[in-house]
Design a protein around this ligand. Structure first.
Ligand code: ARG
Length: 585
């Protein structure tokens, strides 16, 4: 239970004991921390209910609460607020068990429930670029947030591996290498060779073919035909497609790994193919399919709609499937294999109509139970300093690999005067710098609410001050170095004597509240904010209270323990954000 819920119980009991309705006892963190730690405004609601002045109700409850040894202060502030402050001993006792089963850091609300997070969604054969950063970073964080809350989590990359981009690559490769057996009409999968491709070739071929198709209608038609033949299962194309997929996936894994992004499932649009016929069948059986100009559609509009809701197209007149078809077919697969409580899609917010349609259709056709939470978690754009989508200096799209090199260089430059870094070999130095750089861009992204656009500003992200990944990593290294210096007892009692210690303990204890809200709003930025608040409170404590140099052994041991707790809680935040800490920097 979170601390505010625990206090709500205590205060509700007090309301009840005084003859008032217990639902009035909701406790929140104080709006005015200089006056008290927590507050309850229930007496105002009670005034109507019990026909009594709020101050009288609050007075009764405060008197009742004053009997409880956990409160240092339970008093009325006019005209009827209840201001509450806990005793330092009570806070310290709670801190001592923080992170244990008795008081988990995060409430385990997801026990025995499954959530599928659909994120990443890159299209095969195209290189990863800065546009792929957000779905990867935010999706991973949301998945880990669910996991920290006790859910069974499954991240599915949902590769775009079945579309025109493959047809373009196949068509272009055929023009360049007509002699390859995979292009022969009599290709034999058992005996014929399949060429070995590499990622450099693919990354050159795709943009080339894509550009060509825009100028050359005949080539475009060839590529469309190749896509069609692939989707109809032409053996040579299938073999080549598998090779394209192999090369792409290997490259994708490397790039995502560098970002600490790991998928449980590497399924793609092609895997949905097997579920398209069952989808059409169930829609038809339920009488939901309608023919419209040769296409098959499902109507979705209802009388309550204020915005237009066009029908979703399931099959085009040439019998081909569309984006929505694949997503609906995939829902059938997910329901069959996992029966999840939630399927969350971390995808560009500009796709909101698509997901509205898919979800409505899925519910209408009962592809998932009514209670299944289908949600589109849209994200905004990464902009450059000019407020327009981020571009490289020469106006191109920045590839992810280049971005990672650039941030590593920037981090190396930022840390050029670090004695620690300068004591390392060049290779080790780069490893640390890449971690710092990745932390900077990930935190720089995640600190913004996902739906908002933000400006990519490497200097700001790498700053040692403010809400940055660098600030967090740096504070953790400070804790590491204190702990290395003093080898204190593992579980010395925490005693609070200074304001800064109290503040830090309070912030640590309120972590469960922050995570609860972050999960409810699918907002990892709230995890970032909380990590920052804790790091800041630690910094203040570290400044105000000597640790290694404290003469009083009891205080010293308590502070060491507090340092250790702070480190563990901060590392848990970083883990959820998918950010690696560094030993030193
Ligand atoms: N590949 C798609 C794109 O590039 C994104 C896929 C998102 N996920 C999904 N289930 N539709 O736009």
């Amino acid at each position: 239970m979170t601390l505010t819920k625990q206090l709500t119980l205590v205060v509700s009991d007090a309301f009840e004991a005084c003859g008032y309705d217990r639902s009035l006892g909701t406790v929140t963190v104080s709006d005015r921390p200089e006056l008290c730690q927590f507050q309850c405004n229930g007496a105002f609601g009670g005034a109507k209910l019990h026909r009594k002045a709020p101050a009288m109700i609050a007075g009764d409850v405060a008197a009742k609460l004053a009997e409880n040894p956990m409160f240092a202060k339970a008093e009325v502030a006019m005209p009827g607020f209840l201001n509450l402050t806990l005793k330092d001993e009570a806070l310290a006792a709670m801190a001592m068990v923080l992170g244990t089963e008795e008081r988990p850091l995060v409430e385990q609300v997801g026990k025995d429930k499954t959530v599928i997070v659909d994120y990443g969604g890159p299209n095969v054969a195209k290189p990863l670029h800065i546009g792929h950063l957000r779905p990867a970073i935010i999706g991973e964080a949301i998945k880990r947030l669910c996991k920290a809350s006790g859910y069974r989590t499954i991240g599915d990359i949902h590769l775009g591996d079945w579309g025109l981009q493959i047809g373009l690559v196949i068509a272009e490769l055929r023009e360049r290498n007509p002699e390859w057996r995979v292009f022969a009409d009599d290709f034999n999968a058992d005996t014929d060779d399949v060429p070995t491709l590499d990622v450099d070739l693919l990354q050159e071929v795709y943009p080339f073919a894509s550009g060509k198709s825009k100028q050359d209608d005949a080539f475009k038609a060839t590529a469309q035909q190749a896509t069609y033949e692939l989707q109809s299962g032409r053996p040579g194309f299938m073999a080549l497609w598998k090779e394209i997929l192999r090369v792409s996936v290997e490259d994708l894994k490397q790039n995502y790994n560098r970002l600490n992004v790991f998928f449980e499932l590497w399924l793609g649009e092609s895997d949905a193919e097997a579920f398209v016929e069952p989808l059409v069948a169930t829609l038809r059986e339920q009488g939901l399919l309608r023919e419209s100009e040769g296409a098959l559609v499902v109507d979705l509009a209802t009388e309550e709609d204020t915005a237009p809701m066009p029908p979703v197209i399931i099959k085009k007149s040439d019998n081909s499937s569309l984006y929505a078809t694949t997503d609906l077919a995939t829902i059938i697969q997910r329901q069959r294999d996992y029966a999840p409580e939630k399927i969350w899609y971390v995808v560009d917010k500009r796709q909101s109509l698509h997901f509205d349609q898919v979800f409505r259709c899925a519910k209408k056709a009962s592809l998932v139970p009514d209670a299944c939470d289908l949600k589109h978690l849209g994200f905004g754009t990464i902009n450059g300093a000019d407020g327009k989508p981020f571009k490289t200096r020469d106006g191109g799209v920045m590839q992810l690999q280049t971005l990672l090199e650039t941030v590593t260089e920037a981090a190396l430059d930022k840390l050029k005067n670090s004695d620690y870094l300068n004591s390392l070999s060049d290779g080790e130095k780069r490893t640390v710098a890449e971690k710092v750089g990745v932390a900077a861009i990930k935190f720089g992204d995640l600190i913004n609410h996902r739906a908002k656009d933000y400006i990519f500003d490497m200097d700001k992200f790498l700053s040692f001050e403010g809400k940055t990944g660098t600030y967090l990593l740096y504070n953790i290294t400070r804790i590491h170095s204190v702990l290395k210096k003093i080898d204190a007892e593992a579980s010395a009692p925490i005693v609070i004597t200074e304001d800064a210690e109290r503040e830090l303990v309070l912030k640590l204890l309120l972590t469960a509240e922050a995570f609860e809200k972050a999960l409810a709003e699918q907002a990892p930025n709230l995890v970032c904010e909380n990590a920052y608040l804790i790091a800041q409170a630690f910094s203040k404590m570290y400044h105000d209270c000597p640790v290694a140099n404290e003469a009083d052994a009891e205080k010293r041991a308590s502070r060491v323990n507090l340092c250790r707790l702070t480190r563990d809680v901060l590392l848990m935040h970083l883990d959820v954000l998918g950010i690696d800490a560094v030993e030193n920097m």
